[in-house]
Write a protein that binds this ligand. Structure first.
Ligand code: SF4
Length: 229
């Protein structure tokens, strides 16, 4: 008999308490796989939140649209408001100038998180959200301290705005992230997002004798097999 993934309300999750008891949160989302668990965990705690999708780092545009459309599909399923922010890639590349050869988790990534959180914080300030947070830290590939530093720095200029440094990996969150991705058959990106991470991941794969990434090919499946789009 095939294993069935638990539905949202079948998980035993702790009740979440955003800073200051806020019930309204702006969630910066990087993609559907990372935000799936964060979204369901906040829904289960009755938190009123809105998704803010601002990721001008994602390259090329086809990959950006695949990631965004998956996130919209899941937001619509749960009736969660979705803010589709700019895809201002020129600004992202301008800020990345001189950092093209930096490794992942280095200063280019700090810039990348800063840029995305600065816009998130501005939107929160202008639209009455007292708390911002992000799905970025749930991935085991990311440095959570680096992400939290960027989030706190982005919120600091705005009085009354707090970056919620919640560890979404904790208490089984990391495992649920994978389970939800399989249950929902999300598009599965194979690199962090920017042109430089695509270049470096492809180089790594070539070094291992593996084929380069095919954008739009890999989807989460219960049986772990991949399928083309
Ligand atoms: S590797 Fe990822 S976090 Fe770092 S700059 Fe590229 S897209 Fe941004």
């Amino acid at each position: 008999m095939q294993y069935r993934m638990p539905a949202m309300n079948e998980y035993a999750r702790p009740v979440l308490n955003p800073p200051g008891g806020a019930k309204k949160v702006l969630l910066h989302s990087c993609c559907a796989p990372c935000s799936g668990e964060v979204m369901e965990a906040m829904l289960a705690s009755g938190i009123d939140y809105t998704i803010f999708f601002y990721n001008p780092n994602i390259h090329p545009k086809r990959e950006y649209l695949l990631r965004k459309d998956e996130n919209i599909r899941f937001a619509e399923k749960h009736n969660v408001p979705f803010i589709d922010a700019d895809y201002d890639t020129d600004n992202w590349f301008a800020r990345a100038r001189g950092m093209e050869l930096e490794p992942e988790r280095g200063i280019r990534c700090t810039m990348c998180f800063d840029m995305r959180f600065e816009r998130t914080a501005l939107y929160a300030h202008e639209n009455g959200f007292p708390v911002i947070t992000s799905s970025l830290g749930i991935s085991r590939w990311k440095n959570m301290a680096q992400i939290n530093d960027c989030g706190v720095r982005a919120a600091a200029p705005y009085e009354g705005l707090t970056y919620w440094e919640f560890n979404w990996r904790k208490g089984g969150g990391g495992a649920r992230m994978i389970e939800i991705s399989k249950r929902e058959e999300f598009y599965q990106q194979e690199y962090c997002g920017c042109a430089f991470s695509l270049r470096d991941t492809n180089q790594h794969r070539r070094d291992q004798g593996r084929p380069e990434i095919e954008i739009g090919k890999q989807y989460y499946r219960l049986d772990n097999k991949t399928t083309g789009s």
